[in-house]
Design a protein around this ligand. Structure first.
Ligand code: GDG
Length: 501
């Protein structure tokens, strides 16, 4: 049996070759002083888990070129720290206008907003001629380009190939791919990282787009979601809008165009060992000192998020304001640190959202702060080590997303926090399915309840905090990122067995 560095067995994989496709690739390319290429592993557990496969299997990862370096490099073997790896990356290089339409007009905001229930329906979305053009000449074009590249790769690989597609950027790729490949060449899976709403929400999208998306998804063999509810919503949506689909809820199956799609949930998680190592690294320790200086002996309410409307940042600040208003005993005893990474500033809604956040923070600090106490500190920037350092130190972690596929920050906090900190968790995160027993669960629009949950967390008895924190840690450690990958490989093996039978 092959073991990982941590001593864990590697997931059993029945395929000699695996192809992964996602919008963003596993590597950031740069240039060294001599003009040669440098490779830096992309951040996040997804890259760790999927590149981990490359130790036992040849993995080809198809992604869009996102920089001139990516485009110039094109394709080849990528090795990070391990020279014996088998990871090959191929960048497709869409026309910039097509990419902009696919990414900035359809994937984000249209699909992202739809799947996070973020439309203000009396006003949005407005699907006009420009949206349809973006659909036809952007989203469809780039999805076709992905399918073409994947098919070219599959033709050169030992059969059958496992193709693992990632996320909402690639909903149409599977159907195109089916057209390009013979049935037994590949087994297809697609994992949806974001929430899957039910038919009511999909009903807002024009039938032409909705139909093509569902048709695309029904071309995969295994469709993975973060939670059981997401999977059920997908089946319900097919039942509503694909009249010829035969759905089986108990079997988690949709039969459409004489093909079976199995629907399962695989809650994504984190690389627990790597995160613990980072939490103890010297770089992290120096950031802990920086955070401690900001805190100046006060308790810490923390949030770590992309600067993203679905994370519900504004209501988080409103709830904190309500906490200070209703429970003035916390004034000067607590600080709210918000570590936000800039995101999608090319989309208008995100820029406006940042302006609103700055105004809210300014208002709270002006109303409650003084020369000694800054009630909210907002730090906008990319700094993962600083985020991990702060996660080791919180007394309260606020995760109040309007909707969130999983929310990895909640899981990271549970593993590295050293203060028996309390997790205030939105009921509309995928993480709720696993972490509810240890968290204080709130409804994301209920600012009053969020403020009360923060208060409850701040005054909670040490024994209860300890028990909750230990429970959260156990829950996350029991199902880490390797579990996520293994469960998918097991489900795929089961499908392959059924196909043969
Ligand atoms: C999507 C879905 C789903 C934090 N600061 C920095 C940084 N981080 C890390 C966090 C965490 C990750 O970024 C964010 O992951 P989340 O899961 O919280 O949220 P999304 O980015 O929205 O992720 C989500 C996820 O996909 C996986 O399926 O859970 O629901 O929306 O690990 O610690 N990373 C870097 N710099 C920072 O400054 N590089």
């Amino acid at each position: 049996m092959i073991m990982m560095d941590s001593g864990e067995p590697l997931p059993t994989n029945h395929y000699s070759e695996v192809l992964i496709a996602s919008n963003r690739g596993p590597v950031t390319l740069g240039r060294d002083a001599q003009g040669g290429y440098t490779f830096q592993r992309g951040s996040g557990g997804l890259v760790t888990a999927l590149t981990g496969l490359a130790r036992t299997t040849r993995v080809t990862w198809v992604a869009c070129a996102l920089s001139p370096e990516d485009a110039a490099w094109g394709q080849g073997k990528v090795c990070f720290e391990d020279e014996n790896c088998n990871l090959y990356t191929r960048f497709i290089n869409p026309d910039p206008q097509a990419y902009d339409a696919y990414y900035n007009q359809i994937s984000n905001p249209l699909l992202w907003f739809l799947q996070h229930s973020m439309w203000d329906v009396p006003r949005a979305p407005v699907i006009d001629r420009a949206t349809w053009d973006a659909w036809e000449m952007g989203y469809k074009v780039v999805n076709r380009q992905f399918a073409g590249e994947i098919a070219d790769q599959v033709r050169t690989m030992s059969k059958p190939v496992l193709v693992m597609l990632q996320d909402y950027h690639l909903y149409l790729t599977p159907r195109y791919l089916k057209k390009y490949l013979r049935r037994r060449d590949a087994i297809l899976s697609l994992f949806v990282h974001i929430p899957m709403p039910g038919p009511d929400y999909w009903g807002i999208l024009p039938p032409g787009m909705r139909q093509e998306i569902l048709d695309g998804l029904c071309a995969v063999d295994l469709l993975g979601f973060q939670t059981r509810e997401d999977g059920l919503n997908f089946i319900r949506t097919c039942e509503n809008y694909l009249p010829k689909a035969l759905v089986r809820y108990r079997r988690g199956r949709v039969r459409y165009r004489s093909h079976d799609t199995y629907v399962r949930d695989f809650p994504i998680s984190i690389d627990v060992d790597a995160l613990k190592a980072l939490a103890d690294a010297p770089e992290t320790l120096s950031y802990q000192q920086e955070v401690a200086e900001h805190m100046n002996q006060r308790k810490l309410i923390l949030r770590v998020d992309r600067l993203e409307p679905s994370k519900n940042l504004l209501r988080g600040f409103q709830a904190y304001e309500a906490l200070l208003e209703t429970h003035p005993e916390h004034c000067d005893q607590v600080m709210f640190l918000a570590l936000l990474t800039p995101s999608r500033l090319g989309v208008d809604e995100y820029q406006t959202y940042l302006d609103e956040i700055m105004a809210a923070v300014g208002r709270i600090n002006a109303r409650y702060g003084d020369s000694e106490w800054e009630p909210v500190r907002l730090l906008v920037g990319e700094n993962y080590a600083r985020a991990v350092a702060a996660l080791t130190m919180y007394n309260v972690l606020l995760v109040n997303s309007i909707a969130d596929g999983m929310n990895l920050v909640a899981k990271e906090g549970a593993v590295v926090n050293k203060m028996d900190g309390v997790l205030v968790l939105s009921e509309r995160t995928g993480a709720r399915q696993q972490l509810e027993p240890g968290a204080l669960v709130i409804a994301p629009c209920d600012v009053y309840a969020t403020a009360e949950a923060m208060h409850q967390a701040l005054v909670m008895a040490p024994e209860e905090r300890r028990e909750r924190a230990a429970l959260l840690r156990r829950l996350v450690e029991a199902e880490d990122i390797n579990f996520w990958l293994e469960s998918q490989l097991d489900a795929i093996a089961e499908i392959a067995r059924m196909r043969k039978a």
